[in-house]
Design a protein around this ligand. Structure first.
Ligand code: PLP
Length: 379
């Protein structure tokens, strides 16, 4: 079988072996419902509490500030919709034009219900500054939601300054940290966010599970009504195996963060050097402060779509735009938001390296791009 090189880690990551092993007993022998009073349910109940404490410790939160969800999309929907509806005197939301669709479409939904939303435009490097926010924020603003790191560009946002500006107007601050959690250090106290979304499958945990950090004191409406799980804020029998897998994966990624970052930065350099040595014309999008391993690269004269499919035939997985938009040949909303020249935008791919990638992988990727450009594009 042809060997596959997976370089789309911003779309999803490989489930960690240790996380997988840790999940198994909760799917098989320890299948009890954590809400039941008998002793068979004590194990799942304790495992949930331990997972909550472990996840909280990774971002310097308190355990009761972690609410389990089905992933980033649900966490974003919850934070945005419940904030908008929570205060009739402060109905406005501010977000940015290059958020993930989980945020943008939640905002579109509240707009349809009559809640005003303003969309800040990032700089051409993909950064929203506190000054940008200060120009739009008013005393009517209830929530500011700006992502911690952009999923197409990797650019990291000045969250601490943005949260400070939001708070100076009495607004809440939410960040979609789905791409950042487990990859760069996050201390919720230090950056001062009120809510933060995360998703396990982006940090080598299982799919379909995530969490929303909600700072103590922030009053959030319930997301799903029913049983009293998640203190009644999000009813539904817990995905115990998924939550355990998420906790193990996050702890591992956080304890090995420095090592992983160095590895990814070195692969990134290697890839860029190899492309340069082949005299390939390309430019990198985003700012100088970017998630390690995430590269948005534009190749003039070739379509990103063609590159993606040709790389796929060679066994290499990359992405054009964000994963959910891979079938769409339109320029992604992120590249439009940073006003990338159309010719470059159409020739853009995202290579997102992960901890499993090797130097040999990036050598193969660079060679493959060189060979494709030799046949279809400009060098
Ligand atoms: N937010 C960002 C920045 C993302 O990259 C993604 C996934 O691509 C999501 C939210 C959605 O997360 P999930 O797949 O867990 O619903």
């Amino acid at each position: 079988m042809k060997q596959m090189i997976y370089a789309d880690n911003a779309a999803t990551t490989k489930l960690d072996d240790e996380a997988f092993e840790a999940m198994l007993p909760w799917l098989r022998e320890n299948y009890g419902n954590a809400s039941q009073p008998y002793s068979f349910s004590r194990g799942p109940k304790k495992a949930l509490a331990d997972a909550r404490a472990s996840i909280a410790a990774c971002i310097n939160a308190d355990p009761e500030e972690i609410l389990f969800t089905s992933g980033g999309t649900e966490s974003d929907n919850w934070a945005i919709k419940s904030s908008a509806f929570s205060d009739p005197d402060h109905r406005a939301t501010i977000t940015s034009a290059f958020e993930h669709h989980a945020v943008l479409r939640s905002c579109a939904a509240i707009e349809r219900m009559g809640y005003p939303v303003a969309y800040l435009r990032p700089s051409t490097e993909g950064v929203i500054t506190a000054n940008n926010l200060a120009e739009s924020i008013t005393q009517q603003t209830r929530l500011v939601s700006i992502m911690l790191a952009n999923n197409e560009l990797g650019s990291i946002q000045p969250i601490k300054a943005l949260a400070k500006t939001a708070h100076s107007y009495g607004a809440l601050f939410h960040t979609d940290a789905v791409q950042a959690v487990g990859h760069i250090e996050i201390n919720v106290r230090e950056i001062g966010v009120d809510m933060l979304s995360a998703s396990a499958h982006k940090f080598n945990g299982p799919k379909g599970v995530g969490f929303l950090f909600v700072r103590k004191g922030v009053e959030l409406a319930s997301y799903a009504d029913g049983g009293s799980q998640e203190r009644g804020y999000r009813a539904g029998t817990e995905n115990i195996a998924g939550i355990i897998g998420m906790a193990v994966a996050l702890k591992l990624n956080c304890s090995e963060m420095k090592k992983n970052q160095e590895h990814l930065l070195s692969l990134e350099r290697e890839l860029l050097d190899r492309l340069k040595h082949k005299n390939i014309a390309f430019s990198r999008n985003g700012s100088s402060n970017t998630l390690p391993g995430v590269l948005s690269l534009s190749f003039p004269g070739v379509s990103g779509e063609t590159l993606l499919h040709r790389l796929d035939l060679m066994g290499i997985c990359v992405s054009t735009g964000s994963a959910c938009d891979s079938k769409n040949t339109e320029i992604s909303h992120v590249l439009k938001a940073i006003k990338l020249d159309e010719k470059l935008a159409l020739g853009t791919i995202r290579i997102s390296l992960g901890r499993e990638n090797t130097e040999a992988d990036v050598a193969v990727i660079a060679d493959a791009i060189g060979r494709i450009l030799d046949t279809v594009g400009e060098k």
